[in-house]
Write a protein that binds this ligand. Structure first.
Ligand code: ACO
Length: 439
């Protein structure tokens, strides 16, 4: 394959006062074009202004491709629909992290490494049990993922060549222990005694066991439930330069090792405009249900700019079409509820909201469609996962994506620290006034 981004034969011309600046155009493998402004400030003193980065390509990446207008999502070139149908979360994690689908031998080694790492150090488990009972599990997860690095000083040294040489071990530690830490955060909150991972179980069945088994009674994992959870994790595994992944890349660009980088990713994911939306969707549906509204009042409020209300699980910075992950999750949602014999009134409300919004000029004009979080919460609720754990599930799913992006940064020769500029709009220089003279 030719080296990308390729330089186009076309250029962009920027006219500033009476000077013309020629800006090269770069082209990616999917023919995405960008105006290369890397020399702009040096040549003109100007910077580009792009609040929220909606038009800024901050890096080159080979991990994930999204065409938001067409509703396309591909991990390493493979469509999300095909991976959802034929692959598993762990195989897809390997694909994201290492760039290719694994051979049978590679997959078996990867799985064995993950299995070997499922237990956390007793000291960390005890430390985790000291968090207050009302701590949000995302805060606990972020704190303990960073602390995890203290138990592996040789894996997270901030010395790039060394950390890359140990990468396989670090990736396995994080892939495996994020699930154990998440389950411990839940159990600690519930005041439940710990249970330990079981070697015979696959990734998701083991997670369900860690969440729901009791020391004297094993939780019976329904294969369809394990499959639904696996699918949710797979669908969340990467999403190119989203808020949390950009955070991971930002932290990594300063030279930090994987542990603090993914811990920062968890913090960024927590917000309701990002990963916290799955929790916010269920809370919204419950509120609508409790108020007796059929959804129409809520839709009206979401359109009313004087009210600080949004239809959670709708809209996306990149997708201006139906989020392909939402389609897959919606189908899985029907299946899981049927298998578990659950008739959840929240599903009926969600479907009514979707139908109303898709036929409403406000949502149509703004290209607002359901995103991945609109239906995932209903599945998680059916499985018995508490609402506060929804974003934690997202974090477990996103772990391979964060790891692959950290690797991409770490392996980039002459990697630059990420350091945006700003347009300063604060006070101009003024003299310090002594405290007695201040009103
Ligand atoms: N409900 C009502 N109106 C909305 C919604 C919504 N969910 N989303 C966007 N809009 C409106 C905005 O008010 C704005 O209207 P205006 O042009 O009249 O001012 C217009 O659509 C554009 O919205 P922006 O906020 O500028 O779009 P942006 O790309 O910055 O935001 C976001 C995307 C944050 C996802 C937004 O759509 C939103 O808040 N959605 C609800 C939260 C959510 O579901 N987040 C999960 C995203 S997916 C993920 O991270 C996994």
């Amino acid at each position: 394959m030719a080296a990308y981004p390729a330089m186009s034969t076309k250029n962009a011309i920027l006219k500033l006062d009476d000077k013309e600046i020629v800006l090269p155009i770069v082209v990616g493998t999917e023919q995405e074009c960008g105006i290369d402004v890397r020399k702009l400030r040096d040549e003109t003193g100007y910077i580009t202004f792009d609040d929220g980065y909606a038009n800024t390509g901050a890096c080159e990446s080979k991990v994930t491709f999204i065409d938001g207008e067409k509703g396309i999502l591909r991990y390493r070139g493979y469509s999300i629909e095909e991976l959802a149908e034929k692959s598993t979360f762990i195989e897809t994690a390997y694909l994201l992290i290492y760039g290719e689908l694994p051979t049978a031998a590679q997959l078996s080694t990867f799985k064995a490494r993950i299995l070997d790492n499922s237990q956390v150090h007793e000291g960390l488990r005890i430390a985790l049990s000291g968090f207050p009972g009302n701590a949000h599990p995302m805060a606990v997860l972020s704190a303990t993922l960073n602390t995890l690095g203290c138990y592996y000083p040789d894996l997270g040294t901030n010395e790039r060549t060394h950390d890359l040489a140990k990468f396989d071990a670090t990736a396995a530690v994080l892939m495996s222990k994020v699930r154990t830490l998440a389950a411990l955060a839940h159990r600690s909150k519930e005041g439940e005694p710990p249970v330990y991972p079981k070697p015979g179980l696959d990734y998701c069945s083991n997670f369900l066991h860690l969440l729901f088994s009791q020391p004297n009674a094993d939780y019976a994992v329904h294969p369809e439930v394990a499959r639904a959870l696996d699918l949710i994790l797979l669908l969340h595994a990467d999403h190119e330069q989203n808020c949390s992944t950009s955070t991971v890349r930002m932290v990594a660009s300063g030279g930090a090792n994987l542990f603090p980088s993914v811990s920062a990713g968890v913090c960024a994911l927590w917000g309701p405009l990002h990963g916290g939306a799955n929790q916010a969707v269920i809370e919204m549906l419950e509120e609508i249900h409790a108020s007796g509204d059929d959804g129409s009042k809520f839709i009206a409020d979401a359109k009313d700019k004087t009210k600080q209300v949004r239809l959670m699980g709708f809209g996306h910075r990149v997708y201006k079409n139906y989020d392909p992950r939402a389609k897959i999750i919606k189908a899985q949602c029907d299946k899981v509820l049927k298998v578990l014999g659950i008739n959840d009134p929240l599903l009926a409300i969600a479907m009514r909201l979707e139908d109303a919004a898709l036929n409403d000029p406000y949502f149509k004009q703004r290209n607002l469609y359901p995103n991945v979080d609109f239906y995932s919460g209903i599945i998680l609720k059916a499985i018995g996962i508490p609402t506060e754990m929804f974003t934690v599930i997202f974090a477990i799913g996103r772990m391979p994506g964060w790891i692959s992006h950290w690797k991409e940064i770490a392996e980039t020769p002459k990697q630059k620290i990420h350091r945006p500029r700003q347009i300063y709009v604060g006070n101009t220089e003024r003299a310090y006034s002594p405290i007695a003279q201040r009103s």
